[in-house]
Design a protein around this ligand. Structure first.
Ligand code: HEC
Ligand code: HEC
Ligand code: HEC
Ligand code: HEC
Ligand code: HEC
Length: 256
């Protein structure tokens, strides 16, 4: 996709542009929003120092994302695990400890290994927000937005690739239509979850909520729902109300 803007435009600091305000800025923003390529990084799948397989560790062995990406709920940044985390299972005498695929791990961790460096494994970062845009993981995962919304089905990926655009319009599409994307907090790292598979507790809460809204007895609402499919929108609207979710759409929220 060609770049329809002169190169110098790229050099304009976005903060300055937004700081200016006014009709001109708005016009530029609208054009920019509509015409910049949305999928530039989609499909990006760099080769990693160790061929780490999410489908194997998560999909088959059932590991939770937070075992490794342990900061994701408490921090703006979702960390890549350090080599010690891998070493817990792949250290001497443990799982596949002699595998040639794990050589960079031994270099990082095993002082008795002849090629020991003690240096961290050099993972290549795949998803990256430009410096001028602000993004915070914890603000999302604690408000019912699952990893799958922004990263796709990582639990099925043998090699992680950049699946979603993560462009400005991608962010805003959800911020404007958030009920299509919210789920119960205990399902954030269950990438196969869908509203159709809600558990008993969530279902009861949902019935109570709908009954309250409709001014009807809970039993009546329940009976009316029997055998019907759950809709994401109904569930999402419920959670949106419950947590008073209101994602920002003003420029300054994401460009600070
Ligand atoms: C055993 C540890 C481990 C577990 C469990 C794990 N990951 Fe990862 N993850 C990694 C490592 C190591 C990398 C860096 C190498 C790579 O890209 O595969 C990574 C990379 C990623 C990336 C790409 C990072 C970037 O550079 O943009 C995403 C997204 C991701 N993981 C999401 C998840 C999700 C979602 C889950 C749960 C479904 C999960 N991971 C579970 C270890 C783990
Ligand atoms: C909770 C334990 C556990 C942790 C933590 C863990 N793994 Fe694994 N890993 C496994 C298991 C189990 C296998 C499958 C072994 C088999 O095929 O017999 C495996 C297989 C692998 C393999 C394939 C080895 C081969 O030769 O087939 C690689 C590479 C690997 N893991 C890398 C990593 C990396 C990198 C990390 C840290 C980010 C990590 N693992 C963390 C349990 C773990
Ligand atoms: C609302 C969208 C969104 C959600 C939800 C989300 N991420 Fe991310 N993720 C991003 C963006 C955007 C980046 C790039 C951030 C940056 O440049 O700092 C990213 C980056 C990452 C990285 C790479 C960090 C690095 O420095 O290499 C990992 C790992 C990751 N996410 C894991 C997860 C996991 C695990 C979950 C679920 C518990 C999750 N993400 C949920 C949007 C999201
Ligand atoms: C799938 C839905 C979804 C996507 C995609 C998404 N967001 Fe959000 N965003 C939310 C929700 C939900 C909230 C929480 C709003 C609240 O707490 O009221 C939120 C809140 C925010 C906030 C305010 C909280 C804070 O961190 O200060 C910012 C900024 C933000 N998002 C930026 C982004 C950016 C940048 C992207 C794209 C890289 C993005 N969002 C993608 C759903 C989404
Ligand atoms: C929900 C978060 C969010 C909001 C709100 C937002 N932006 Fe952005 N914006 C982003 C992200 C993320 C990028 C980087 C997209 C990428 O990596 O391609 C971006 C990129 C841009 C760019 C660079 C060109 C481009 O499209 O890549 C401009 C200019 C811009 N935004 C202006 C604005 C203006 C003006 C507003 C208010 C009308 C605004 N933004 C509101 C998240 C946001």
């Amino acid at each position: 996709m060609g770049n329809i803007f002169p190169r110098w435009l790229n050099l304009l600091p976005v903060q300055a542009l937004i700081g200016l305000g006014g009709i001109g800025t708005l016009a530029i923003a609208v054009i920019w929003y509509s015409f910049t390529p949305k999928y530039t990084r989609v499909g990006y799948q760099p080769q990693q120092p160790i061929p780490f397989d999410h489908a194997l560790h998560v999909g088959q062995n059932g590991m939770d994302c937070r075992y490794c990406h342990s900061h994701v709920e408490n921090s703006s940044h979702s960390n890549i695990p350090n080599a010690q985390v891998c070493w817990n299972c792949h250290g001497p005498g443990k799982v596949k400890s002699d595998s040639p695929k794990l050589e960079p791990l031994r270099q990082a961790m095993d002082p008795n290994y002849e090629k020991y460096t003690g240096q961290p494994i050099q993972w290549v970062q795949i998803h990256e927000t430009p410096d001028y845009a602000y993004f915070n993981h914890s603000a999302h995962v604690n408000r019912g937005v699952s990893c799958v919304e922004c990263h796709g089905k990582v639990n099925e990926m043998e090699v992680v690739s950049h699946e979603k655009p993560l462009s400005m319009s991608f962010c805003l599409d959800c911020h404007r239509n958030v009920e299509s994307h919210l789920r119960p907090l205990d399902q954030i790292t269950n990438l196969d979850w869908s509203a159709h598979g809600m558990d008993e507790k969530d279902r009861e809460a949902f019935y109570a909520y709908v009954a309250d809204k409709a001014g009807k007895p809970v039993a009546e609402v329940k009976a009316g729902h029997e055998g019907k499919e759950w809709s994401q929108e109904a569930m999402g609207a419920y959670l949106k109300d419950l947590w008073k979710v209101n994602p920002p759409q003003d420029c300054a929220a994401c460009h600070r």
